[in-house]
Design a protein around this ligand. Sequence first.
Ligand code: SAH
Length: 223
Amino acid sequence: MNAAHAPNAGLASARVRDRMVQRVRELGVQDPRVLAALAAVPRHAFVDDALASRAYEDTALPIGHGQTISQPYIVARTAELALEGIADPTRARLLEIGTGCGYAAAVLAHVFGTVVTIERIRALHERARANLRPLRLSNVRLLYGDGTAGAAAGAPYDVIVAAAAAEYVPPAWGEQLKSGGRIVAPIGGAQQSLTVLIKDEQGGLQRRSAEGVRFVPMRLGQE
Ligand code: SAH
C-alpha cells in the first residue's frame, strides 16, 4: 500500500511539511517559488511505508537498488540555483538526470514549465511513474535510459540538473543545452561540489559557482 493512503494521516498534514520547509529555509534557501513547491509535494508518498514517518526529516532515505531519495535541502538548493537567471521558469524546459523515486521531479514540476527526467534503473523508473501518477503533474515526462547521453528527444533545455555525481560533465549535456542555459550538477568523486555551469555564446561551459555536497555516484549503462 502506498503511504499516501496509509492510516497515518498526520503525515499528510500541512504542519509537518511546513516544519521541513522551515528547516530548509534556515539552511539558506530563500526562493519563495522553491519553498512553495517543497510545501506542495507530499514526500511521504515517495518512500516505503516503513520510512514514511521519517519522510519530513531533512535527510536522504533509501529507496532500494542502492539509491536514495534526495535530502529536501539539496532538492531545494538545486532548484534555487537552477532558477537563477531564468526570466520565466514557467516557460523553461528542464532535464533531470536520475529520477530515482520521482520526488525532485515533482518539486521541479511546480516551478518549471516542462520537466523531462531520465533514470537508468528500470524498477525505479517504473516506481517513479507510479508515485507521480496520483499527483497528476501533466508537465513531467519520464524516460528510461542512461542520462550521461542526456535526452536528445527533448532537447534543447534551458536547465539540466543531475541527482547523481559525475566525475566530469558529459559532453551531451552541453550540446543539449540552449545558449545561456545552465547545468546544476554535483561534480567530482570523493570530493563533490554542486556546480553551476553556464553555456556561453561560443558553446563553452563557464563554471559559475560550487558548494560542497555528497551525492550517490553517476553510473553508466542501464539495469
Ligand atoms: N532525483 C531523485 C534522486 C535519486 S538518487 C530524488 O528525487 O530523490 C540518484 C538517481 O540517479 C538514482 O536513482 C540513480 O539510479 C540515478 N542515476 C545514476 N546514474 C544515472 C545515469 N547515468 N542516468 C540516469 N540515472 C542515473
